[in-house]
Design a protein around this ligand. Sequence first.
Ligand code: SDX
Length: 441
Amino acid sequence: MSPTKPGSAAAGATRDTLTIVDNRTGRQYEIPVKNDTIRALDLRQIKVNEADFGMMSYDPAFTNTASCMSKVGFIDGDKGILRYRGYPIEELAEKSSYLETAYLILYGELPTKSQLADWSSNITHHTFIHESIKKFLDGFHYDAHPMGMLISTVAALSTFYPDAKDIFNPDSRRKQTYRLIGKMPTLAAFAYRHSLGMPYVYPDNDLSYSGNFLNMLFRTTELQYRPNPTLERALDILFILHADHEQNCSSTAMRGVGSSQVDPYSATAAATAALYGPLHGGANEQVLRMLLEIGSVNEVPAYVKKVKAGEKLLMGFGHRVYKNYDPRARIVKRIAYEVFDVMGRNPLIDIALECERIALEDDYFVTRRLYPNVDFYTGLIYQAMGFPVTMFPVLFAIPRTSGWIAQWEEMLLDSEQKIARPRQVYIGYDQRSYIPLEHRS
Ligand code: SDX
């Protein structure tokens, strides 16, 4: 085959393969291409001599590596598209509810009326937590970060439900799914009430999923909490927007930890811990802290200068996949004004808008394709609704639980998947002998 210019079509190219020439040996290899990918294992045949282990791919942080086949979420980062099981996020945010969307994400189809009623009833009747869990919560400092409390209590659920280890039993998986989706808001609300030194508020089964969450957070002396419908709907839409996002850091943690066949509570605790990080679910908390640090619209240029000097990140901007406006951020921005109409305008919005205005025209951000992501505006809404910044990542973890479980179950049922155990490129010392203590300098 005559050498062709990189990227140009060779004469008669018709096969779904890559032809690789190893210039170290002159050998040629035909590697199958499927779904526009090659199997990394097909590279192992490429060797300089028979004693070689064979070639691997090297991809720190998996920037160009597919870890699985999935039908759950789809993102087109260049076009700013996000779909759950094929349904555009914009339509679900406008027409669906969080519980309906969670059902779709988990079971692949929008539920029928009776399926939705059964699903909602089961979730509602699994919102209570074992009374003993209150003892751990009471053991935390008053100023313990609620994400630390959530990670701990989700993991603790595995000790209350040993039947969850029966992970290949679909009935058991479904029951743990009810429990996890039902109890995450309760654990989160109890953590919040603990931080205030206020009594825990038990679930109210007469309220919606989001309405009950607001009840457990904010009810004081009233006999029955009545959520503000605008806030209840805004929170439900925010839950829809945060329900899944294909193979993000926390979903990868869920799959990776789950691949050891641990119970789903322990895997969910690992995913929650991944989400806690400031580069992932913790970003919305950091956005608020950044806006408070900037302090005024006039100070935005000075902050942007620090960002461009590499001293700071513009939190809430950028994304590994979206190289366009995050479609969720657009919806969140609209919801913000609806919440401000009820709760009063958050003055930080002006600083946020100025950051966005500058970033969308400044070459540093434009060339790096840094746009607002889902976290940029959510913090402004949560703050306007009365949440402390420490609760922001918790408000991300609650809805993402349905996405994590869907990814976990898909991994478990995928015959190609096994325990996650990547390779490495060893660049350390070759063999060397032990040095007695007295001879070490
Ligand atoms: C979420 O994966 C998901 O789907 C996550 C999520 C989900 O729903 O699960 O969408 C939720 O986590 C959204 C992202 C929230 N995080 C933040 O807002 C934190 C700030 N953003 C950055 O940390 C960053 O953009 C990441 C982590 C989100 C993405 O980083 P990448 O893809 O690894 O990109 P990179 O770090 O290689 O950056 C490329 C360049 C670098 O500059 P150069 O070295 O080329 O000069 O862009 C720069 C970075 O320094 N850059 C930023 C920046 N983000 C990237 N510079 C300033 N501010 C930023 N926010």
